[in-house]
Design a protein around this ligand. Sequence first.
Ligand code: FE2
Length: 252
Amino acid sequence: MNDEYEQEKARRQRQAREWRPGEPLPTIAYTPEEDALWETVTAKLRSLHEGVACAHYRRACESVVLERERVPQLAEVSPVLTALTGFHLRPAEGTVPVERFLGAFEEDGFYATQYLRRPESPYHSPEPDVLHELVGHAVMLGDPVFADLYRRFGQTAKRVSSPDALRALIQVFWFTLEVGVVLEGGRPRVYGAALLSSVAEMESLSQVDLRPFDIAEIVSQNFDDMHCMPVLFAVESVDHLVTELNRFLTRL
Ligand SMILES: [Fe+2]
């Protein structure tokens, strides 16, 4: 469908492409329909977070307070993150090449898209959109423990050179900071950005094949990011996650 939505999306992508470090982040004129979509979807996500988001996320939400009734601008959220953990947001025109995306974490940078999913599919986005970036990643980047994990991924991405090591790094990033689950009081709680920003993923959490956290299994696990995850890996605690990731990232 090459319609108004696509034209506006292309315009926003162009703004991101033309942005240079040091310049103010592009401001997007979101439409009233987009603000309404944001309000509806984030309200639904917030009610799910009460039941299934991990404690670190719920705490971080108190510091990274996102607008409820309109799409927040990256320029509003970025300084909040900088004050909390040193991270800043950079505009992304779409899916950024993985080395650049992960590598930016070393410089406390996070590439975030600014367009919003299509209005006719409010609960699904086939690619990362601003709702995923802010509700999922930005809130977690306000938590010092998780910000440090992002940073460690960035340092490792900059260091590794073999395709196998990069592939392993992407796998582990996906199954932790995108779709990771932690046990709290014996129950699965989500900390991964793709889960935290997806109504369907959180609603179907009880049907997932939840496996113990095992780096070797994670590295060889296939996944299709276009569908809900049939298999997820649960760490025993955030401390356990930090220990496991530091060991993996140091040895890679
Ligand atoms: Fe993501």
